[in-house]
Design a protein around this ligand. Structure first.
Ligand code: TEU
Length: 564
């Protein structure tokens, strides 16, 4: 029998369908491609597969702009392909989680087409008159640039779009909208879908009265772009309604809500305590660590390891004391590759990819692995403007251009932090286009695929990043203390070593991760025990003055409690 809270132990693998596996030769991944790789995912040790959106969409925001919630985007396949994918997944004991994007629709959705011509669904979206000066109702900027308000000539009103102009926000205050969303959810759950990742779910309620944001220039800043547009007073109420109307009738359904702008665990708790209304959230605090406050991600801010410890440590410690639960992610389709970001994508690529894997997979929470992370994929070394596909990067580049800014620097920032870095095709083999497509790929393939690919790493499991991930996931499965046990940070002040223990009735685990690119010595303040896993072959060097840690060294120790 499956445990009621099975989702705590789950290892979720995020598939970005358009970049995963093409079977038609059109250069874009598809559902049959995902089905063909399910055995690979099973062998890796995951048990849930989350699909980024595969619904009908004009693809302005790569499927996060949905034009029909009940149809499959034609380039991904047809409904029978989805059904086969789910059947095959279930046969292997894998669950399929869908992306639920219901803060906004595409402007090509029938609902919006009806609304913008003044039909009976007008109030399904958010409309406002001009202000007394004949301008936009307030100074809110859209996350992808420009104002949040778009004028409609026919209705003589503006509609609200927190993201792109082609992504009008649904009006969640309207009970008909909520009813329509519950129906969409039931539709997929009845068809065999096992749960949802809910896109920007804390955006479904805005600050009442729509007051101005504190920053005058509405074009500036992503994080200010969250103020008043996210975390309105009704988020919890709507999600509890979702629970009562839908989720509780489908016990065991997996739920994770994406929640940018949730600043700490206290703020998250009402949405996840004891797994209701949602089981967990994706907060963004560790992902914002290298952003200038109040500015877009493209503006770099240096950071210290203790800041990362503050963010992640506080979430874990608070949640374990309050029946909350963490989601653990270091990559997704909106973030650059973690090995490039926090590790080294040159000299110490393999070591740092493994150290970050160890760090990631030994946290207290549900584990989310993004496609390609398991083989240590990295950002491509450079991007030209013509190679860019992501609207956020293109808007940013155009903005720099308009201000006569430094365009080479813009491309460097995009290479460092832009969203296309994680959207390059999955590197399956050394064959043409990394085995992703026989056609012409929709986005460039990282040229390092000759060396860095799944096939090569399967052949060298004893040394490869992929082999390391497999070991890690099987260890996590065999040692529940690493998932559910108590988390305790140790040597907090250290700016090079991130170390903690995880403890349950059976054992105490010690995780030691060096974020330094130099060899360092570390004095361990607790009992170490015996080595379970390390990312260097001779990874147990201890001398009287402490552990000798190589660049990006990571170690996992176990100290059994019945030991003396
Ligand atoms: O993301 C929300 C979000 O806040 C990020 O996209 C953010 O803009 C980015 O990380 C800043 O660099 C979700 C989806 O994951 C994303 O792909 C969509 O574009 C967005 O919502 C709109 O649906």
């Amino acid at each position: 029998m499956e445990k009621e809270d099975w989702w705590r132990d789950a290892v979720v693998y995020q598939v970005y369908p358009v970049s995963f596996q093409d079977t038609t030769g059109n250069g874009r991944g598809d559902l049959n491609g995902i089905t063909s790789r399910l055995q690979y995912l099973k062998d890796l040790g995951v048990n849930v597969v989350w699909l980024s959106p595969i619904y009908a969409s004009p693809m302005v925001d790569m499927g996060y702009d949905i034009s029909d919630y009940r149809a499959i985007h034609t380039e991904f396949g047809v409904m029978e392909d989805w059904e086969r994918l789910v059947d095959e997944a279930h046969k292997l004991g894998l669950k399929i989680v869908m992306d639920l994007v219901v803060n906004h629709t595409s402007d090509q959705h029938e609902w919006f087409k009806n609304a913008q011509s003044g039909g009976n669904k007008k109030d399904w979206y958010v409309w406002r008159d001009k202000n007394p000066e004949g301008k936009e109702p307030n100074n809110w900027g859209a996350i992808f640039g420009g104002s949040c308000w778009e004028w409609n000539e026919q209705l003589q009103q503006y509609y609200l779009h927190v993201f792109d102009v082609s992504q009008p926000d649904l009006n969640w205050q309207n009970p008909e909208v909520r009813e329509a969303v519950w129906d969409v959810m039931r539709f997929w759950l009845d068809k065999g879908c096992d749960g949802f990742r809910m896109d920007v779910i804390n955006c479904i309620s805005k600050t009442p009265g729509f007051p101005d944001a504190p920053v005058a220039d509405p074009k500036s800043a992503f994080q200010y772009g969250l103020v008043h547009r996210f975390n309105g007073p009704k988020v919890a109420e709507y999600l509890h309604e979702m629970h009562h109307r839908v989720l509780k009738h489908y016990p065991g359904t997996f739920t994770v809500g994406e929640a940018p702008g949730i600043k700490n665990a206290e703020q998250a708790l009402p949405l996840i305590q004891n797994g209701t209304p949602l089981q967990m959230l994706f907060h963004f605090e560790h992902m914002y660590i290298d952003h200038q406050p109040g500015q877009q991600c493209f503006n770099y801010r240096p950071w210290k390891l203790t800041e990362l410890k503050d963010i992640l440590g506080n979430f874990m410690e608070f949640n374990q004391n309050h029946n909350g639960w963490d989601s653990l992610y270091l990559e997704n389709h909106d973030q650059p590759r973690i090995t490039s970001r926090w590790g080294s994508d040159t000299t110490y690529r393999e070591a740092s990819a493994k150290m970050l894997a160890l760090f990631h997979a030994t946290g207290r929470g549900t584990l989310f692995v993004y496609q390609g992370q398991e083989i240590g994929m990295v950002n491509p070394p450079s991007w030209t403007f013509d190679e860019l596909r992501d609207l956020e990067e293109i808007e940013y580049y155009n903005g720099v251009n308009e201000r006569n800014g430094d365009l080479n620097d813009a491309l460097r920032q995009i290479q460092r932090i832009g969203r296309d870095n994680s959207r390059t095709p999955m590197q399956w083999s050394a064959d043409v286009n990394a085995g992703f497509t026989t056609g012409s790929p929709w986005i460039k393939v990282n040229t390092d695929y000759f060396e860095w690919n799944v096939a090569a790493q399967l052949e060298n499991e004893s040394t490869s990043v992929l082999g390391f991930w497999k070991k890690l996931l099987s260890i996590r499965k065999m040692h529940p203390g690493l998932v559910r046990g108590k988390f305790q940070m140790i040597d907090y002040e250290n700016q090079s070593v991130y170390a903690y223990t995880r403890t349950d009735e059976v054992a105490q685990y010690l995780v030691v991760c060096s974020f330094s690119d130099k060899e360092i010595t570390w004095v361990c303040p607790v009992q170490t025990g015996s080595l379970l896993l390390a990312n260097y072959p001779d990874g147990d060097r201890q001398e009287l003055d402490g552990m000798k840690l190589k660049p990006y060294e990571g170690r996992l120790y176990i100290y059994a409690k019945n030991q003396h």
